[in-house]
Design a protein. Structure first.
Length: 132
């Protein structure tokens, strides 16, 4: 079986994120690893441990799927997109709010989709490219 895709998304949007990857799994057959599932905390575990754990998951992933909704901090998500594309060489699909339209950094480091149907198509195409 193929490795799961890393799901990059803002901490503030976890409930919606879980619903989103359940839907995308149903529509594409891809599996996703959610970095927030590890329950690490900055206060108790420290920032370096959290970031290193996330980078390890990205290195082990088949690709990176980033959700960038409108109103939230996207610092970690943006850095994960850059790392996955530039350092690891993974395919990156970004589901972004239209407020991020024509953002040069997103357009450079991933395939940007503004609608859920386009996102499903992009992920299906990536799955087909990977083979069985």
């Amino acid at each position: 079986a193929m490795n799961p895709w890393y799901f990059a998304h803002p901490h503030d949007h976890q409930p919606g994120g879980i619903r989103l990857i359940q839907y995308l799994h149903t529509m594409t057959g891809l599996t996703f690893v959610n970095p927030f599932a590890n329950q690490l905390r900055v206060e108790t575990d420290g920032p370096q441990l959290i970031v290193q754990a996330d980078l390890t998951l990205i290195r082990e992933a088949a690709g990176l799927f980033a959700w960038m909704p409108r109103q939230c901090a996207l610092i970690g998500t943006s850095m994960e997109v850059f790392y996955a594309n530039t350092v690891v060489g993974l395919p990156v699909v970004i589901y972004a709010s239209p407020v991020h339209k024509q953002h040069p950094w997103l357009l450079t480091f991933g395939q940007v989709c503004y609608y859920i149907g386009d996102t499903v198509d992009a992920l299906r195409n990536q799955k087909a490219a990977e083979g069985p």
